[in-house]
Design a protein around this ligand. Structure first.
Ligand SMILES: Nc1ncnc2c1ncn2[C@@H]1O[C@H](COP(=O)(O)OP(=O)(O)O)[C@@H](O)[C@H]1O
Ligand SMILES: CC(C)(COP(=O)(O)O)[C@@H](O)C(=O)NCCC(=O)O
Length: 272
């Protein structure tokens, strides 16, 4: 089996479908060699997403990019996965779908592992590759904000995690469910002064509640383990939220990193 060729990695999230090329199959993912993003709304309804995928994705699968495999993290359901599969079949490129608990190196305690969000799992795998510490809190600021606890004992374990409304979801919900509240942007100034306008009240309030959730889980981990966890941030709002969480580290492209690691481990297992 040749190792030449690109991996086309897809992170299908609820607000954006992101994809990129990773040039070296046997090398860990650092930065994408090409990155694309389209609003998820463009692919709706997912049962009819084939033509949109053909339009946006199929050009990346043409022979000039020498794509060896397509790697998929999908939280948009089976119809979307089926459309991706059809595009791959038409291009003659194998599809590798992320599977939770595929590798002994990291296992999730989720009662039904298949129901854990694939993007959450991919990010946990990415964390396993970079973290040097035992207790980790991985926060993804996407459409939802997810907070996952990942610890290292004899092997890596995902102990579980929380799902709460994401930054934009909170901001939009306040606007849509009230008569007079405007649609506001997240306030990323990190100021401690009291909000004295509606814009400030919402923009700072949402940042503060998101930070409070992270602080609350981190405090529980500190009391259980005796030292603070390493906090890792990913997702579209991670750079903006880092202002509120200066002790945290950005884990960029976490889903892509996890996808490539999952694929590499699967290939290693297949050839062992
Ligand atoms: N550069 C950015 N700065 C601030 N917010 C961003 C940025 N990029 C994306 N976002 C916001 O992050 C959210 C999408 O993040 P993403 O992780 O792609 O979510 P999902 O995986 O749920 O589609 C959107 O609400 C978007 O407005
Ligand atoms: C929690 C999520 C909606 C987050 O998705 P995102 O905000 O990244 O689009 C997604 O990971 C998901 O659909 N999870 C399945 C349920 C679970 O993880 O338990």
């Amino acid at each position: 089996m040749t190792n030449a060729g690109n991996l086309l990695c897809i992170d299908a999230g609820n607000t954006f479908v992101k994809w990129c090329l990773h040039a070296c199959v046997n090398v860990r993912f650092e930065q994408p060699s090409a990155f694309f993003s389209h609003a998820t709304a463009e692919f709706k309804p997912f049962s009819g997403s084939l033509s949109a995928l053909q339009q946006h994705l199929a050009p990346g699968l043409n022979s000039t990019h020498a794509v060896k495999a397509v790697l998929l993290s999908n939280v948009l359901g089976p119809d979307f996965e089926q459309s991706v599969r059809s595009v791959c079949e038409a291009a003659g490129v194998p599809l590798h779908v992320l599977t939770v608990n595929r590798h002994a190196e990291i296992q999730s305690a989720y009662e039904t592992p298949a129901t854990l969000g694939k993007d959450r799992w991919a990010a946990c795998m990415a964390l396993m590759e970079v973290s040097q510490v035992k207790v980790n809190l991985l926060v993804s600021f996407g459409t939802a904000t997810t907070l996952d606890v990942v610890v290292k004992n004899t092997h890596w374990q995902h102990l579980g995690g929380f799902i709460v409304p994401g930054v934009e979801t909170m901001l939009r919900s306040l606007h849509l469910n009230t008569a007079e509240l405007p649609k506001v942007q997240l306030d990323s100034t990190g100021t401690n002064s009291w909000p004295v306008s509606t814009q400030q009240a919402i923009g700072r309030g949402v940042g503060r509640i998101q930070k409070a959730m992270v602080d609350s889980v981190a405090a529980q981990l500190q009391s259980e383990h005796g030292s603070p966890p390493a906090i890792w941030l990913t997702g579209g709002f991670a750079p903006a939220m880092q202002v509120h969480l200066p002790q945290a580290t950005l884990l960029e492209y976490a889903v892509f990193k996890g996808l490539v690691l999952d694929y590499r481990l699967a290939q290693k297992g297949a050839t062992a």
